[in-house]
Design a protein around this ligand. Structure first.
Ligand code: ATP
Length: 319
């Protein structure tokens, strides 16, 4: 069952002052559609600035799209800050990267995990205490950790606290925005495994955002590849990794550590993505694409089906 649906979402931000000539806009998200199924993970991958976080914020209702719609459990998101929205927010929680900024350093771990319960009016003091102990246990922390302050924890332990706080209101959707990017590789694996265990136990839908295809591949059932605000390819994770169709996805896959039986044709990806304030004509990827032809410089490729459950936006792919 579809838990979250983004339907042709667009978001642009004004640039400069309105006093000096016609206003210019930066298009951060351009016509993005994706689904998150209950109990499943949709991963968004792409380079810095491609619009992943903006998409995540729109999915959570923290930012309105300029056009397009967000459906949660089949219904449009209520207006931000309405009573209905606050009730719904309980169902949708955010886990993000900067744990030290996210956690009030004057509060103990127990108080931090109890806070969302109090905000949402869940339980009384005694039952909240029990609930905090269960939540800490669930994310692999002991009772002793409850008495510590955020700065007394390691990065991995702080990420566990952030996860316990997100799980406290019993959400059905977690949006995880680069949740492990600040951690050592070995700790990343522990947190990713924990997320997957928690997901299985609670049947959560996950929208998992990362620039790192290695991590996204590990957690995701479906992968959405974004480039300069647009989806260039999406489909089942195994299909995307085994047979990437878009030259950009091919470059991302070929840059991952080699896997036995995996993709073995290396595609170099030169340069940086162009600025979203100055998007190239035609396919946004053409200035870096080793296969680009005239048509790629002239017209924007549509995202079209490529077999079942797969879509690609590339002039060079036979649909
Ligand atoms: N509030 C804002 N005002 C103006 N521009 C913004 C705003 N939020 C995001 N942007 C711009 O929109 C584009 C997409 O940003 P976004 O943070 O969504 O990308 P991202 O893929 O998550 O990148 P990163 O991983 O670096 O955060 C960027 O060019 C960014 O500078």
């Amino acid at each position: 069952m579809t838990l979250l649906r983004l339907n042709n979402i667009t978001r642009r931000f004004p640039l400069g002052s309105p006093l000096y000539g016609p206003r210019k806009y930066l298009v951060a998200v351009d016509g993005v559609s994706l689904d998150v199924e209950m109990g499943r993970t949709t991963g968004i991958v792409g380079e810095s600035g491609c619009g992943k976080s903006t998409t995540g914020r729109i999915a959570l209702g923290l930012e309105p799209p300029d056009s397009g719609g967000v459906l949660f459990q089949g219904l449009p998101l209520p207006r931000i800050d309405s009573k209905k929205w606050r009730a719904q927010r309980r169902q949708m929680q955010l886990v993000f990267q900067d744990t030290l900024a996210a956690l009030d350093r004057r509060m103990t771990v127990s108080a931090l995990v109890a806070e969302p319960l109090a905000i949402h009016g869940i339980g009384d003091t005694a039952s909240r205490k029990e609930c905090v102990a269960e939540l800490l246990h669930g994310v692999g922390l002991g009772e002793d950790h409850g008495m510590l302050y955020p700065h007394q924890l390691s990065g991995g332990q702080r990420q566990r606290v952030v996860l316990a706080r997100a799980l406290a209101p019993k959400p059905s959707l977690l949006v995880c925005d680069e949740p492990v990017s600040a951690l050592d590789v070995s700790v990343q694996a522990q947190i990713v495994d924990l997320l997957m265990d928690v997901q299985q136990e609670l049947g959560l839908g996950l929208l998992f955002i990362s620039h790192d295809l290695r991590v996204v591949r590990h957690v995701s059932d479906r992968i959405v590849v974004m480039y300069l605000g647009r989806v260039v390819e999406q489909g089942r994770a195994d299909a995307i990794i085994d047979q990437p169709a878009h030259p950009y996805t091919q470059a991302l896959v070929s840059a991952m550590p080699r896997l036995p039986g995996g993709f073995d044709h290396y595609v170099a990806l030169p340069g940086e993505p162009p600025s979203p304030t100055d998007r190239p004509c035609g396919c946004p990827f053409h200035p870096r694409c080793p296969l680009a032809r005239d048509v790629c410089r002239q017209s924007l490729p549509e995202l079209l089906p490529l077999g079942p459950e797969r879509q690609v936006a590339c002039h060079l792919v036979r649909h």
